[in-house]
Design a protein around this ligand. Sequence first.
Ligand code: GLN
Length: 474
Amino acid sequence: MFRFTTIKDYHTALQAGEVSCIQAVDYYLDQIARQSHLNSFLEVFAEEAKMQARALDNARASSIPMGKMHGVVVGIKDVLCYQGHKVTAASKILENYTAIYSATAISKLIEAGAIIIGRQNCDEFAMGSSNENSAYGPVKNGLDTTRVPGGSSGGSAVAVQSNMCMISLGSDTGGSVRQPADFCGVIGLKPSYGRISRYGLIAYASSFDQIGIFSKSISDASLTLEVIAGSDDFDSTVSEKPVPSYSTELKNASPKKVAYFKETLSHPGLDIEIKKQTTQYLEQLKNKGYTVEGIDFPLLQFLVPTYYVLTTAEASSNLSRFDGIKFGHRTSQPISDLTELYKLSRTEGFGAEVQRRILLGTFVLSAGYFDAYFTKAQQVRQKLVDLTKDLFSNYDVLVSPTVPTTAFKLGEHNHTPTEMFLADIFTVYANLVGIPAVSLPLFKHTNGMPFGLQVMSDHFNETALLQFSESLMN
Ligand code: GLN
């Protein structure tokens, strides 16, 4: 039977003729079919994936050199455009929408030989922390189907966790790659803002959004990142900085200066066991020769409010294009004027959480409240940026728990949105300041669920982040 460990091992086995791409695709199609109850995939591109696999097997047989992602079976979150394929953002409003171009990250993967196996369930427009906001039903955690997989990229995390693909691409605006990675026991990497082109990623909050990677090894995350990162004429916010060869730089020594915010480990919402295991782990790191220092971070309590003011403001603007005319579902009810057409189309098309955020965003941007909310939040964001500069002039990496709890039960946090927002308390910082961050599946709780350590590094210092992560994972 086909078994996957790392892309490197898979490539060695392909070259030795021990496996083929079609065997890999058949294996994953079978896994997806067997685990359809998890609701991880919204659509599987079975025939197309098989065709791609056969073409790659033939290319290898004729000694055509292998691309870096040759035969790598990838699933994509349903917010990434793939030309000629449906993309819905897990929303009814885009139910019948077909992408007319491919996201740059997807084009780069395909050019490097990847096989796209299907599109994955998520929270509607990437808004949520439990994957319960999808118009196509919740995703279930493969380790315990009474629990959520996290969100918003829940389908993508579960697909890697439960062996339905080798790699998934998700998106991370406030933790949507790292938080589900933590809940599912896999690696979730969010690179620096501007490292990967956002062209073809359906926008939630444009100054926060970044494509992220789910994998089972740091080497696979590094290789995928070096393939999809880099400048792009179609996204003016993506950096021109050259892309290092992350996967080969992994063999160099890990940086050693580690900081943590004291307030993260003393937060009242932090699960007692997560606190204990994380604290013990940091002690062990000291014994292994790392410097680990706690620093004061009085701004922790402002992170979630700042994040929700700014992201909802950006979302209210970004989502205005889904009006039944430019994009999206149009009501079939009789209407008397244009305003009614907009109202009905958007009311029928958007789910409750998306509507709530559009309303909140419109409110914080309204003339009377702009300064009290939006301007204030921008000021906090600037303070955080300044503080981050100082921090990384003294330390290589910053660590914290990824999420304050392990995966909760389906329905457990459905009553008050603010309860759900606590799940984001440790992850939103990296998006507010644009630094890279990763969740590493290092721990297991006595309730049987995994949890992670979040590691962050300075802007565009993914190399340090990945080297440090590799040293912890091995
Ligand atoms: N849970 C956060 C939110 O609901 C993060 C979402 C994301 O990163 N896309 O906004």
